[in-house]
Ligand binder design. Structure first.
Ligand code: UGA
Length: 429
């Protein structure tokens, strides 16, 4: 099929590339001319495992191309996906101005029937507004359908999630576009759920808020484990073996971050408020997450006492493993708060150092993970990169004034660490 994706961020670029990979002919549109030039030249603006090779392969095969012209994108395809940012506003509501602009641009370029698919995460009822906007600005008076098709990919696993989705949600107002959407997704061999548009939009916010709730729940349980001497990993394993609960997203740690959960929680709370419902449960999820960071900082203060002039080595800057994304990263927030209290930091991340340098300027960036502890008073683990488990603990122990580690991601075994002479503080154990 001929498909156009407007917006080449995480969602747009990976979606477009995976659509091309299964044989569709895809045009990716972005209004950032520099980004388009970079992509045409084979450069990839984000780190995502497997993406670079897949982009190159599909560009070479003539199935994937890039342009800055929405008009060209609209002319070349019958199905147009919107994958532009929907950033949060100061009051927690969603800024839908990029969606509106794209809807207007699509409308003015339309000369025949088009299916316009919203992939960006949006508040319920946005599809109605997109349809109204297109109707208002379309001079050609042609027919069209607006569809909601939320994306559930995780950064760091985006290609994998896109190629093997556990479900595809399609929210429609009429049956006319359903077959075309099934044709788009049939090559992915995933169950396709067809709903009304409002339900599809709600599925995304409800799913992300539930996952965030699951993390806050286990973080709250971790606090009880700390107070009682239990081990949260063992509790989570025991809980997770109940298939109604499941073990995934039950990893206690240094709060959740990223550009999705915090934003989607605030948006869902705000939409609920607008619709007359006080979603107090989700407000508590947000509060537990904020407290989690405070508690972790408290552990560092309790052990190191005055943080002013302390030297701390921090492993991890990305908001999680497998990504170079530092937006809303708990690791960056932790670093900023440590620096604010007068500590000086040595920092390392396998992929996120370049992006981190733009937001975390007053730290020393080290190229070798094993040199992180040199001359420091303590080491902190802030991101769950699996390679941190291979840290040369002997070297780190000797490099530190005292062997102190604060593990915000529970990567090591507390008993083994203590047996090796470490003062080791983790989460919920
Ligand atoms: C999340 C959802 O998982 C995706 O399904 C969704 O499509 C995406 O948001 C989105 O809306 O675009 P993502 O933000 O990429 O994906 O990352 P996650 O893997 O969900 O991790 C989010 C945060 O939760 C990270 O800071 C991570 O460290 C933390 N986390 C995750 C925990 O603290 N504990 C866990 O058990 C799992």
């Amino acid at each position: 099929m001929k498909l156009t994706i407007i917006g080449t961020g995480y969602v747009g670029l990976v979606t477009g590339t995976c659509f091309a990979e299964v044989g569709h002919k895809v045009v990716c549109v972005d209004n950032n001319e520099k980004k388009v030039q970079m992509l045409r030249a084979g450069g990839i603006p984000i780190y995502e495992p497997g993406l670079e090779e897949m982009v190159k392969k599909n560009v070479a095969a003539g199935r994937l191309s890039f342009t800055s012209s929405t008009k060209e994108g609209v002319e070349k395809s019958d199905v147009i996906f919107i994958a532009v940012p929907t950033p949060p506003q100061p009051d927690g509501s969603v800024d839908l101005s990029f969606i509106e602009t794209v809807a207007r641009d699509i409308a003015s370029a339309m000369t025949s029937y088009k299916i316009i698919v919203d992939k960006s995460t949006v508040p319920v009822k946005t599809g109605d507004k997109v349809a109204e906007t297109i109707k208002r600005y379309c001079k050609a008076k042609v027919e069209f359908d607006v569809i909601s098709n939320p994306e559930f990919l995780r950064e760091g696993f985006a290609v994998e999630d896109l190629m093997k989705p556990d479900r595809v949600v399609i929210g429609v107002r009429s049956q006319r576009p359903v077959q075309a959407m099934k044709d788009v997704y049939t090559p992915f061999n995933a169950p396709i759920i067809v709903t009304d548009i409002n339900s599809a939009e709600l599925i995304k916010h409800a799913a992300n808020s539930f996952l965030a709730l699951k993390i806050s729940y286990i973080n709250a349980v971790a606090n009880i484990c700390e107070a009682s001497g239990a081990n949260v990993e063992e509790v989570a394993t025991g809980m997770g073996m109940d298939i109604r609960i499941g073990r995934r997203f039950l990893h206690a740690g240094l709060a959740f971050g990223a550009s999705c959960f915090p934003k989607d929680l605030s948006a869902f709370i705000k939409i609920s408020e607008t619709l007359g419902y006080d979603f107090a449960l989700l407000k508590e999820v947000v509060q537990i997450n904020a407290d989690q960071m405070d508690r972790f900082l408290g552990k560092i203060r309790d052990t190191l006492w005055v943080l002013k002039d302390k030297k701390i080595g921090v492993l991890g800057l990305a908001f999680k493993q497998n990504t170079d994304d530092v937006r809303m990263s708990p690791a960056i927030e932790l670093c900023q708060r440590l620096i604010k209290e007068g500590a000086s930091l040595r920092v390392y991340d396998p992929k996120a150092m370049e992006k981190a340098k733009e937001v975390l300027k007053n730290a020393t960036y080290v190229d070798d993970m094993n040199a992180i502890a040199d001359g420091c008073d303590a080491v902190v683990i802030a991101t769950e990169w699996p390679e941190f488990k291979k840290l040369d603990l002997d070297r780190a122990r000797k490099a530190l004034t005292h062997p102190i580690m604060f593990d915000g991601r529970n990567l090591f075994d507390p008993r083994e660490m203590e047996a090796m002479g470490w003062i080791y503080k983790s989460v919920g154990r």
